[in-house]
Design a protein around this ligand. Structure first.
Ligand SMILES: *Cc1c(COP(=O)(O)O)cnc(C)c1O
Length: 425
């Protein structure tokens, strides 16, 4: 048996937290909220920019497109430039648009149209929507997805070995490799730089889904030469449920015709000439489709300003400290024979912002936590995902959550819940 560390160990770590002031700016439901990788909570900052846009709508009506504080007409590009430092891109390589799934459709579709090989390498631990979208894009071009979507298999059903991805690149001659930065279940962080280099050496394009890393990890997409990327803004970036998504296209690909064209991707200078010929913008803005949904974009502005204030490197440092501590606490439970285990890589360089705690009764354990106002989520078959977010969670919060988990496991309290029957978790 190993001793469970005291609450004081958490307080000690919180003492020199440079981000402790930010928590007051968030409205988090009572209890402990450790689900910011699914839906980030609201902040005053996000609410303020949303309110401003609502007021502009009231006061300016249609003139908001040109006369608003941040004119709506170029708002998506503006938010793109503000996001660029978080992903390590040039300002014109990023835009906010559509949803993540739609962005996968348009970007994978775009590049399928210009490359020689219609094969895409992915992995078998992916978030399902990524596969649905890529399969659909292959089908629409007359390629059998069962043949042309190659999913690298996990060896341990938790992680993907980059060597296996490289082997698949060599074996299947794909045109595109499209992978997550951080796996949504185990939280493994893939080596984006190495995978991009290996892809480029073989003339393959490298795209990434940053849904589980944007706002938690500092990226260097341009520096590394990543070809394209997509992400959600409602997870770590706390821009609200269903918020507009983000995308990145490397400058090298500016001018490539978007697969899903629409007037919002038209060259801004002549968009309102209403020509029937589509002239795409000469930057990432070209991958927009329809009118920017202002109300699902506005909260992101406040959020991004907050991240700018905090600094993404500092955010990442605190995130690593929180997850290190979480892993350490869960390890003491494993050592006490509680049948739970950390399923996330222990090396911080191989880990995103959440930790997967595996337990054979993970579903019922997550319900027992929920009953105690601890918001985490369950991912089949055996994972409770715990995500301490740097801007509003402390080490003491982490201690509270694992302490509850310890009680639930020690008295078997999860036994009172029924086994799984579906629904949103
Ligand atoms: C959350 C998530 C999505 C969600 O896509 P939406 O279009 O916003 O519903 C896509 N991919 C990954 C990897 C995700 O984690």
């Amino acid at each position: 048996m190993s001793d469970f560390p005291s609450r004081e160990t958490a307080r000690e770590l919180d003492r020199d937290d440079p981000l402790s002031e930010f928590a007051d700016r968030f409205d988090v439901p009572d209890g402990q909220y450790m689900d910011g990788n699914s839906l980030g909570p609201i902040s005053e900052d996000a609410e303020r920019t949303l309110d401003r846009v609502v007021d502009e709508w009231r006061e300016l009506g249609i003139r908001g497109w040109t006369d608003a504080d941040e004119p709506w007409f170029t708002y998506a590009e503006r938010l793109g430039s503000m996001t660029a430092p978080l992903v390590g891109a040039e300002e014109d390589e990023v835009v906010v648009a559509n949803s993540t799934t739609v962005n996968i459709h348009t970007l994978v579709g775009t590049f399928l149209d210009v490359i020689d090989s219609p094969t895409v390498v992915v992995d078998d631990l992916d978030f399902p929507t990524d596969h649905y979208a890529i399969r659909a894009q292959l089908r629409q071009r007359g390629h059998d997805p069962d043949e042309h979507l190659v999913a690298v298999e996990s060896r341990d059903s938790r992680t993907i070995d980059e060597d296996d991805v490289v082997a698949a690149m060599a074996a299947h001659d794909p045109g595109i490799v499209f992978l997550p930065s951080v796996l949504y279940r185990s939280g493994q962080l893939l080596d984006i730089e190495r995978l991009t280099e290996e892809a480029h050496e073989r003339g393959i394009l490298a795209g990434f889904d940053l849904a589980h890393s944007v706002g938690a990890i500092d990226h260097d997409l341009s520096g590394v030469g990543v070809d394209f990327a997509v992400w959600c803004n409602y997870k770590y970036l706390s821009a609200g449920p269903g918020a507009i998504a983000g995308l990145y296209v490397n400058r090298e690909h500016f001018g490539t015709t978007p697969a899903l064209a629409g007037w919002w991707g038209h060259d801004k200078a002549t968009q309102f000439d209403m020509e029937l010929t589509f002239t795409p913008a000469d930057d990432a803005g070209a991958w927009q489709i329809g009118t920017v949904p202002m109300l699902s974009a506005a909260p992101l502005e406040g959020s991004l300003r907050m991240f700018e204030e905090a600094g993404i490197e500092t955010v990442r440092e605190k995130s690593v400290s929180l997850t290190d501590y979480l892993v350490e606490l869960v390890d003491t439970l494993s050592e006490s024979d509680y049948d739970c285990e950390v399923g996330t890589p222990r090396d911080p360089d191989r880990r995103g912002g959440h930790v997967a705690v595996e337990h054979p009764e993970a579903y019922r354990v997550s319900l027992a936590l929920k009953e105690r106002d601890i918001v985490v989520d369950y991912r089949p078959p055996n994972v409770v995902r715990i995500c301490p977010a740097p801007l509003y969670n402390s080490h003491e919060d982490v201690w509270d959550v694992v302490d509850e988990l310890r009680r639930i496991l020690s008295d078997g309290a999860y036994g009172q819940f029924d086994r799984q029957d579906g629904g949103v978790t």
